[in-house]
Design a protein around this ligand. Structure first.
Ligand code: PEP
Length: 261
């Protein structure tokens, strides 16, 4: 099996105007080295995407949309389609907890967006995760099951190769609450179990699964060390160039070997 690259995604959420985003990208470009085993993806707000796409070195960074609309064009005021994003971004975050819980996105919306992404050659990063209440009632596995079934309906085995899953417990996002590495392992095992059930053993091993939820430069290594984790989805800490660079360095396996030597 070809070794997977570690994927580090920085979700800037609704932060940084055009000028700030350019300055930040410049700062990050100076700090981040290109590592062959690490893919770094930046998810700025949609209106800065096109300009940043002209400024980035695509060997160093790829771009992601934080959201998209699933229809290709038409009377959908305020929305941006995957067709319009095609060629600008390589990835799209789909079903982020803030989309689901602040904007009321349903599994059906998420499924349509996953399909629109794939149809437009954009790799969907499908976010799944339970709320505090669901966790308290022991419903984590059921939630993951339903969100995976909902988000991946109609995705073929071939298309699944383009899909990335992000396990993002809602209670850990932007809260400073750290999920225990053992909880992350259990949840991602459940995710791979569901993928195995739907697509087979090889697909379950091959699929890239990220963890996200209040990861910082100090906690990143603990999650990256987990066998089940193929990378991280970082919100707050991705807005600090030094913290984000530190996280990328930790994801670079050569660096870990050198440090241990
Ligand atoms: C996110 O935006 O997906 C996220 C995980 O945010 P934070 O790292 O701030 O919790």
């Amino acid at each position: 099996m070809v070794a997977k690259h570690t994927l580090i995604v920085g979700n800037w959420k609704m932060n940084l105007n055009m000028h700030e985003a350019s300055l930040y990208l410049h700062q990050l470009s100076e700090l981040v080295k290109v590592h062959r085993d690490v893919d770094v993806v930046l998810a700025p707000t949609i209106f800065t995407l096109q300009s940043l796409s002209l400024q980035i070195n695509r060997r160093q960074f790829k771009l992601a949309a934080q959201n998209l609309y699933w229809r290709d064009h038409g009377a959908f005021t305020g929305e941006v389609s995957a067709t319009q994003l095609r060629g600008i971004v390589d990835y799209a975050i789909i079903g982020h907890s803030e989309r689901r819980h602040v904007f009321g996105e349903t599994d059906k919306d998420v499924r349509n967006k996953v399909q629109a992404s794939i149809r437009n050659n954009i790799r969907p990063i499908l976010c799944v995760g339970e709320t505090t209440a669901e966790r308290t009632y022991g419903e984590t596995n059921d939630v993951l099951h339903d969100q995976l079934i909902g988000g991946l309906a109609n995705v073929t085995s071939d298309e699944l190769k383009e899909v990335i899953i992000a396990y993002e417990p809602v209670w850990a996002i932007g809260t400073g609450n750290n999920a225990l590495p053992s909880d992350v392992t259990t949840a991602i095992k459940a995710i791979r179990g569901q993928i195995k059930h739907l697509y087979g053993k090889q697909a379950a091993e091959d699929i890239t699964v990220l963890y996200g939820g209040s990861v910082t430069a100090s906690s990143a290594a603990d999650y990256l060390a987990l066998e089940e984790v193929d990378g991280l989805l970082i919100g707050g800490a991705s807005l600090d160039a030094h913290a984000f660079t530190d996280i990328i360095k930790k994801a670079h396996k050569g660096a870990a070997v050198a440090t241990n030597a």
